[in-house]
Design a protein around this ligand. Sequence first.
Ligand code: SF4
Length: 252
Amino acid sequence: MLDNDRGRIKADEREALRWFATGDPDARFWISWLEEQGFCEYKLCLRRRGAVAPDSDSVRVGIIAHETIKREHDALAGAEMTVEDAVVQAIGLGESSTFAEYPVMGGCLSGIVDGLVLGRNSAGLDTAWVVDNKTRPRTIGMGPHYSQQRQALGYAIAWAKMYPVYFESGSIVAVVRDKMFLPRHDLRGGWMWEAVLTNDHIRDVLETVDWVRLILTDPSQARDTQSKGKCSGCEYGHRVGTGDCDRDKSLA
Ligand code: SF4
């Protein structure tokens, strides 16, 4: 992805944060903000204010991995089929299919999910596995962070709002997958965590969405990261002392 494309996305995100803060019912909540909120919710307030920082190395690696997965998946997927057609075939005929980088939009939630697998689970229920790619934790045996799980759940909720039949009489599974898993086009491989979507998940995520709207309008209530170590991985943390992150003092 070109640098000017990234610049445009950052500008779009700033506008989306500003719009969401207004409370306009048409404003969208970017599902990726769920992970940002869990990492450091103050970062969202900085972005809304227009603070711009270069992408971290991990973000650059992630962008390349996303593009590679989509390219490899599309090359193997062959014939073009829309997700709408795939849902009809999956529910009517039990046929399974996979998609990479699919836009989801349900309620106020919107985003692009890394992977989508449609089919039936072992109990024969029509099931959508909604897959988000993440970096595998360095600590052996450690699963994805809670914020990463909630991002995957956010995509699953958006899917439930687009295709309620999956939630009402089938099953929706939120999945976090290792983004460096090979072969990358195999969306059924490299899973690190999965959970069947429940009403409790929906309540939890939507409460966080409301909380984010609140802190965007009143940044004084936003919590910064609980761990100083996280600042070293934050694009604003590299610029401590420059004024980009005015939480510097609380971290001293
Ligand atoms: S530098 Fe630290 S406190 Fe500031 S936005 Fe980044 S993670 Fe949050």
